[in-house]
Each structure stands twice: as structure tokens, then as C-alpha cells.
Design a protein around this ligand. Structure first.
Ligand code: GDP
Length: 296
């Protein structure tokens, strides 16, 4: 996870390993290299500038603790800054005081949305909740069948579209009846994806959101796509409104850029990360743990 950036930090810090107090130019050089490494990892300029400025304040002059070497100081401060950027604390899914808690999962095609619906269902089922999934991604033909199979795997019922139903909103009465009859506590809705953002998709999601009034509207993003996913998230947030994000594919060649940028750009928390294709590969997002992995 985040190998590229961790390796860069490692190379930068190796240059000052074994040194006593850093000279002003050594501090400047180290900060410049950290800046470049972050920009190359696709972190937003604004976030990079804030992070490097905060590090500079800690590293210049008398701030360096006597007991620590420059490398330890840079590592510690870098870690603390990254934790701060990632939002400090774990951000939970909010549960409705009156069940069911409706969770809306949105995302572009291929982001891992349908898989994440099942992962989240499994997560809640593991904590003893009565969960229902709704296969209303009617855009991608295989998505309904995929969720049906995943539902069998995780032991969670799935509402499928009735024959001739082509619009997700037409499934609503059936879905509502099912959650009432089944006394479900958590209802997770898979929604339509597209290859890129388009107005029809946004309109459909907006209408569906108004109908279901979900407690949590979450956007699923592929961690391998870097800055582009920040732009996608901005568009979804402006048009539909988001409560949080889920990044998938952190087991792959994940880029740290989007993960580090999104909170500052959007002001919305990352709630979970996907770390594999299997349905149990979903972890709550702990800023301190992820910061440790980024530092390497
Ligand atoms: P959707 O089009 O957004 O609904 O995407 P899918 O849920 O069908 O996922 C697209 C592909 O990404 C599938 O092959 C999934 O198995 C894979 N995938 C989803 N989440 C993860 C993850 O966390 N790690 C890895 N390695 N693959 C994932």
C-alpha cells in the first residue's frame, strides 16, 4: 500500500540519517524533496503547501527536541501532519434512531461499488444487524446478478428488480415492503454507475436519494485513480451531496494522492477502505494506521 510514496520518503530521509542538528539549507532541501514526492504522488497543491509549511515550523530553529535525531523528528512530524490531514479520528457510519438505516452507495463503473455493497452488508451482518441489499444498479447488466451471488455468499437477502422494471425508483415500493416485513435494520442500496459523470446519472441519483432519504450517502472511489477521483467526488458532492467516502483497491498499486487530498478538498471523511476482492476485505478507516502505512 502506497509503496511509491513510502519509498520516496525513505530515500529522502536516508540522506539525513546519522546527522546531528540540521543546517537551515539541509532542512530546506529535505522539505523541498518531501514537497516534490507529495506532488508526484498526486496530492493536491494546497494540501502539500500546508503540510510542508507545518513541517517547516516544527523543523526550523529551536523546535527540534534534543533527544531526537533529525530523521526521527521529520518522521514524527510528517506522521502527525498526515494524521491531521486524514481527519484524526475514525468516522463511523451514522445509524438512524428509527430503523432502518438506509445507506446509499454511489460510484463510477469499475470503482468497486457493487462489491462494496456486499462488503458493507457483511460488515453489518457480522455485528448482528439484520441487513437488506437492493440491486438497483440497472445500468450495468451484470450488476444485479453479481449482487445476487454476493448476497448468497454473505447470507444477506437482496431485493432484485421485478421483470420489466427499468427505473430504479420503481423498485422503491417493493423495497420498502421488504424492509418492513423483514424488520431490517440496515438497508444498503446499490445505485447505477457510469463510465464518467453525466447529467442523466446525476438526475437519476438525485431523484433516488430524495425518495429513500438515506442516512448515509457514500461515494466509492478507486484508490488507484489519483486526482481524478477527487474531481469525481467534488462533482457528486455538489450535485447529490455526500456524507463520506470509501476507497477501494488499497491492496493494489494505490496512490496516496487522492486519499491525502480528499478531506481537505471536500471536508468529508473517508469511512472505509477496501483491501481486496473478497467480501471480508473492508476495514474502517483509521487515520493513524493509514498514516503509518504512508510513512512506511
Ligand atoms: P462497480 O462497477 O463499481 O460496481 O464495480 P465492481 O464492484 O464490479 O468491482 C470492479 C472490480 O474491482 C471487480 O473485479 C472487483 O472484484 C474489484 N474490486 C472491488 N473492490 C476491490 C478491492 O478493494 N481490492 C481489489 N483488489 N479489487 C477490488
Amino acid at each position: 500500500m502506497f509503496e511509491g510514496l513510502s519509498q520516496r520518503f525513505d530515500q529522502i530521509l536516508r540522506k539525513i540519517t546519522g546527522k546531528g542538528l540540521l543546517t537551515e539549507s539541509q532542512v530546506a532541501e529535505t522539505l523541498q524533496e518531501i514537497r516534490i514526492a507529495l506532488l508526484e504522488a498526486d496530492v493536491t497543491l494546497d494540501v502539500v503547501t500546508k503540510l510542508v509549511d507545518a513541517l517547516r515550523q516544527k523543523l526550523v530553529g529551536a523546535e527540534i527536541a534534543k533527544a531526537m535525531t533529525p530523521v526521527e523528528t521529520v518522521l514524527k512530524e510528517l506522521y502527525l501532519e498526515i494524521v491531521r490531514i486524514l481527519g484524526e479520528n475514525k468516522s463511523n457510519i451514522q445509524l438512524s434512531s428509527k430503523p432502518p438505516t438506509i445507506i446509499f452507495l454511489m460510484g463510477l463503473q469499475g470503482s468497486g461499488k457493487t462489491t462494496t455493497v456486499a462488503k458493507l452488508a457483511y460488515h453489518f451482518r457480522q455485528s448482528g444487524k439484520r441487513v437488506l441489499m437492493v440491486a438497483s444498479d440497472l445500468q450495468r447488466l451484470a450488476a444485479v446478478e453479481q449482487l445476487k451471488v454476493l448476497g448468497e455468499q454473505v447470507g444477506v437477502p437482496v431485493v432484485l428488480p421485478k421483470e420489466n422494471v427499468t427505473r430504479p425508483k420503481d423498485m422503491y415500493p417493493d423495497v420498502r415492503r421488504r424492509w418492513i416485513e423483514g424488520m431490517h435494520e440496515v438497508v444498503i442500496i446499490d445505485t447505477a454507475g457510469r463510465l464518467s459523470i453525466d447529467e442523466d446519472l446525476m438526475q437519476e441519483l438525485k431523484e433516488l436519494k430524495a425518495l429513500y432519504n438515506p442516512k448515509e450517502s457514500l461515494l466509492v472511489l478507486d484508490a488507484m485513480t489519483g486526482q481524478e477521483s477527487v474531481r469525481v467526488a467534488q462533482a457528486f458532492d455538489q450535485k447529490i451531496g455526500l456524507d463520506g467516502l470509501i476507497f477501494t483497491k488499497l491492496d493494489g498499486d494505490a496512490r496516496a494522492g487522492a486519499i491525502l487530498s480528499i478531506r481537505s478538498v471536500l471536508g468529508k471523511p473517508i469511512k472505509f477502505i477496501g483491501t481486496g476482492e473478497k467480501t471480508d476485505r473492508l476495514e474502517p478507516f483509521y487515520p493513524d494506521r493509514v498514516a503509518s502505512r504512508i510513512i512506511g
